[in-house]
Design a protein around this ligand. Structure first.
Ligand code: UTP
Length: 508
């Protein structure tokens, strides 16, 4: 990065002027030196020409073929946990564990979102969904990594290699608190009680800190409807995280690919807010590795024709994700000709991906052409023409956000695969706060994708797992469930010892 010198400031100014964004320097000369330095630092990380290209891509997306043909993915590219042969599932599991055992698997966590709907001040991963153990989402995920490393090490010829490096993508707003949370430092965003709870146990939740890398996704400027970058103040550009699709560029810019290159061949990426995410799932990794695809994605079965979820399918002969709003009624209602009791288009997107390292490493400049989505927002800004701060009442500009699955369509059908899993076992996202409660403690309306549903789904799963081995749960839990620690069982395995027992504890 260039030094903060008058020449470099001049150079940067001309880059912005050439891109018709010279106004961002309006107040530069009047700023204190530290402010000048900070603004220089912020502006030099942004390439205004690239931002123009992205804005163009977003506002004028490439024209689609006149006739859009939607079809489910070919059978050769899909498998389902519902009807795969047990021997296939076992083979994928064994292969996945073998790859983990050889140290070839890394995990990438998408944790740069600001959790606006949840309304949490701390990062979502730090959220306490009020399990009996008080574990945060980050801790649950860390413990799944610990457990699967252990299972892999038990089979590996060199158990010391059974390590899964964990790469956590944060954003400007979530990086600091995420780092503190892992180090078990006090978080101002959390209550005294929550800080006290968290202080227990080991930093990094028992993972070796050298195997946990916290990195930061990029930002994109907020842009007026006329295409001008907005200033947040005289000394700061208004920016927003570039969306979870910023992953691909961040893997390059933040040195993550470099770090992976010596050993990693397979990468599992998932969202922080799914409390049931099977981190580094050996079955999924084995399935994708065996198929030798560039990308694979996990899906759950769409509940019914009306559920508003994105669908994984093929569009004009390429793998793709189609949003609910883009699909007509007849397509939504169509049934599978081979199994008329289920929908034809049923593969609901849960943003849970496998990547071959080779693919991620080959993306090169393509990371700059992932077309962003446009969100029209009310963006407070400093108006350089009027010389005053403006707090708009109506949308006054756009934020550009890339989506991590928008590159699926760049692949051929034989480079992509899709694996259907059970929703109740693998997907329960934390998106919203719980609804208001009535005087008797019940909710005003049914909670949806909230702390309550997350907690319930974990405990229902625990109960199912122990009942499957012949145990009974009688612990007085309000939800009638049982929290099974990931350190006890990763995916329901290893619980045979509870056979015939009545479990009275809230967590095992
Ligand atoms: P969501 O789109 O649900 O966003 O993110 P969010 O920030 O969690 O919640 P809202 O929309 O503000 O209420 C889906 C996943 O993508 C990650 C999130 O952390 C989550 O795991 N994400 C989202 C990023 O990593 N970066 C982003 O810029 C946006």
């Amino acid at each position: 990065m260039p030094e903060f010198t008058p020449t470099e400031v001049q150079n940067l100014k001309s880059v912005y002027e050439k891109a018709d964004q010279g106004h961002v320097f309006t107040y530069f000369d009047s700023l204190s030196q530290p402010d000048q330095k900070a603004l220089f630092g912020q502006l030099q990380k942004i390439d205004p020409v690239r931002v123009h290209k992205l804005r163009d891509l977003a506002l004028n997306p490439p024209t689609e073929e006149a006739q859009t043909v939607l079809e489910p993915l070919p059978e050769s590219a899909t498998a389902s946990i519902y009807d795969s042969k047990p021997e296939d599932i076992q083979r994928w599991y064994d292969l996945g564990l073998e790859l983990i055992g050889k140290g070839e698997v890394a995990v990438v966590l998408l944790a740069g979102g600001q959790g606006t709907r949840l309304g949490s001040k701390a990062p979502k991963g730090a959220f306490n969904i009020k399990l009996p153990s008080h574990k945060s989402l980050f801790q649950i995920q860390a413990e799944r990594i610990l457990k699967i490393q252990k299972l892999a090490a038990a089979r590996a010829s060199d158990p010391t290699k059974a390590v899964i490096p964990w790469f956590i993508m944060t954003s400007g707003p979530t990086r600091g608190p995420t780092e503190k949370f892992f180090k078990k430092e006090k978080l101002d965003e959390l209550s005294a009680e929550e800080n006290a709870n968290r202080a227990k146990g080991e930093p990094y939740f028992g993972l070796d800190p050298k195997n946990v890398t916290i990195f930061e996704q990029g930002v994109l400027p907020c842009i007026t409807n006329d295409g001008k970058f907005m200033l947040a103040s005289k000394a700061k550009l208004a920016v927003a995280p570039d969306g979870n699709g910023g992953l691909y560029k961040a893997l390059q810019d933040e040195g993550v690919l470099e770090k992976m290159r010596p050993t990693i061949k397979h990468v599992h990426a998932y969202c922080v807010d799914n409390c049931l995410a099977r981190v580094a799932d050996p079955i999924f990794i084995g399935f994708a590795a065996e198929k030798k695809v560039k990308i694979a994605t996990k899906v759950v079965r769409k509940r019914d024709a009306k559920e508003s979820v994105g669908l994984i399918l093929q569009k004009n002969g390429k793998p793709d994700v189609v949003e609910y709003s883009e699909v007509d009624d007849a397509t939504c209602q169509a049934v599978d000709p081979k199994q008329p009791s289920i929908l034809k288009f049923r593969a609901a997107n849960i943003v849970n991906h496998y990547y071959s390292f080779e693919y991620l490493d080959s993306m090169g400049d393509a990371v700059n052409s992932l077309p962003p989505h446009v969100a029209r927002k009310k963006i407070p800004f400093f108006d350089t023409e009027k010389g005053e701060a403006v707090d708009p009442k109506t949308p006054n500009g756009i934020k550009l956000e890339q989506f991590v699955f928008d590159n699926f369509k760049w692949l051929n059908l034989n480079e992509f695969a899709c694996f259907e899993v059970k929703r109740e076992e693998e997907f329960s996202p934390l998106k919203n706060a719980d609804p208001a409660q009535k005087a008797d403690g019940s909710f005003e309306k049914e909670p949806e994708d909230s702390p309550t549903t997350s907690r319930r789904h974990i405990k229902e799963q625990g109960r199912r797992w122990v009942e499957a081995v012949g145990a009974t749960v009688k612990n007085g839990d309000a939800d009638g469930g049982l929290e099974v620690s990931p350190l006890t069982s990763y995916g329901g395995e290893g619980l045979e010892g509870f056979k015939g027992q009545t479990i009275e504890k809230a967590t095992i």
